[in-house]
Design a protein around this ligand. Structure first.
Ligand SMILES: Cc1ncc(COP(=O)(O)O)c(C=O)c1O
Length: 416
């Protein structure tokens, strides 16, 4: 099996890399793909996720282009549009100065009750976090202790970042790069590993995996971490969630996020659903106030009513289905002298697009001439410069994107 170097200095005989917390030299190609970087200082390197390799670097790109960030159309991150009702709740939460003056409740009791009610669970099964990303860090601590993790490739690089923290070992789990448009789909068989990291729907492909294909894995693997950050955005997604299997499977962790669903990446609010003993352990490891008071207050407001939450999900799912079909159809019709763009079928709010040649010049021109950011896919293992990921926008934004693409597609491109 091909070795999967995250960051490390020791190659084990079984082709498994130790994901060392303090590497002295990262294997370059893979380290850069996964966004790992090393900074020497007093002989103690630091490892982290390079912001260049994640989408949504709005402030940095705006500064580089010399424009204000609201002039950019950011299709490099995949967020639902910010609805006025959500903005109003944000405004109301920010007015609660008394709430912000006090330390946040360390037990997050009210928020946990609200989240538990949404999913029909006891609050002891809920742990809110500073975005899903913080919770991956704690999941990775358990994963590193359990053994080798199988990481989907192409897949979300943050799982690798989290494993780096604990010196966890990882294997690649290569996913085929072709699929049909019928969702949900069967998850490809994982390699032999104690721990599975599953993204449902998958990032960057947008595939929705069926619960039927995921459930048997719980009997075969010591720990199964399912990232459902995008699941509430997919029509019919909840029917594929593993949340109903939690009670019977202490080896299952489900992670959700408000980032994508509410278009609130800056709020940093997510939650883990898992057996109370596991979550109590994580809570004891983390810092005392991992979630700021504003995020807690807004989370409580947004999630306080299951009916309201369902209505929001239905609105987002309708937007996603409508704009996804509209944009995919028009992208597929884009033909330049150098070939066509092929958007692959997606169940969620982004389209993975394959080009017949390098799409890097096109992406750069869109950024520089049209102030539109698309996701460069070279940071995803198994994808190269012929791929882009496009986050859906409002209809107005999608029209702006298409106009720019048509303009540039007529001017640029060379087969790679
Ligand atoms: C699949 C997936 N899960 C989780 C996250 C991060 O969520 P959060 O903003 O809650 O940390 C992302 C962000 O890009 C993602 O793509």
């Amino acid at each position: 099996m091909k070795c999967f170097a995250l960051v490390g200095k020791a190659l084990l005989p079984a082709d498994v890399w130790v994901v060392a917390g303090l590497p002295h030299r990262a294997p370059e190609a893979t380290a850069s793909r996964l966004g790992a970087w090393c900074v020497g200082g007093m002989g103690v390197p630091v490892v982290g996720l390079s912001s260049e390799l994640h989408g949504g670097n709005l402030a940095a790109r705006a500064a580089a282009l010399g424009v204000r960030s609201h002039h950019l159309l950011d299709a490099s991150a995949s967020l639902a549009p910010l609805r006025p009702a959500v903005a109003l709740e944000l405004w109301r939460s920010s007015l609660d100065l008394a709430g912000l003056r006090a330390y946040p409740d360390r037990a997050h009791s009210v928020l946990r009750v609200a989240i538990a009610r949404l999913h029909g669970l006891d609050p002891a099964w809920v742990l809110p976090g500073n975005g899903a990303a913080e919770l991956f860090t704690w999941a990775a601590r358990d994963a590193a202790a359990a053994g080798v993790s199988a990481l989907p490739a192409p897949g979300f690089a943050d799982y690798g970042r989290a494993l780096v923290c604990w010196g966890g070992a990882a294997l690649p789990w290569a996913l085929p790069l072709h699929w049909d448009a019928a969702f949900p789909q069967v998850l490809p068989a994982p390699p032999a590993a104690q721990v599975l990291w599953i993204t449902n729907p998958h990032n960057p492909t947008g595939q929705l995996w069926s619960r039927e294909s995921l459930a048997p894995l719980l009997a075969r693997h010591q720990l199964v971490i399912v990232d459902e950050a995008f699941l509430p955005l997919a029509a019919g997604g909840e029917a594929q969630s593993l949340i109903p299997l939690l009670a019977e499977h202490p080896n299952l962790v489900v992670i959700r996020s408000l980032t994508k669903l509410y278009g609130l990446a800056g709020l940093r609010l997510g939650y883990a659903l898992a057996a109370p003993e596991r979550l109590a352990r994580w809570a004891a490891w983390r810092d005392p106030w991992p979630i700021n008071g504003l995020a807690v207050a807004l989370g409580q407001r947004l999630l306080r009513s299951p009916a309201r939450y369902q209505r929001h999900c239905a609105w987002v799912q309708a937007w996603c289905a409508r704009e996804g079909a509209w944009l995919a159809q028009r992208l597929a019709g884009l033909r330049g002298p150098w070939g066509v763009l092929t958007p692959l079928p997606s169940a969620v709010n982004y389209l993975l697009v394959r080009g017949e040649g390098s799409l890097v010049p096109l992406r750069q021109s869109l950024e520089q001439r049209h102030r539109i950011l698309l996701r460069d896919c070279r940071s995803f293992d198994g994808l190269d410069e012929c791929w882009l990921r496009i986050g859906l926008q409002s209809r107005r934004g999608n029209r702006r994107l298409l106009r720019a693409l048509r303009h540039e597609w007529a001017l640029l491109g060379a087969p790679c």
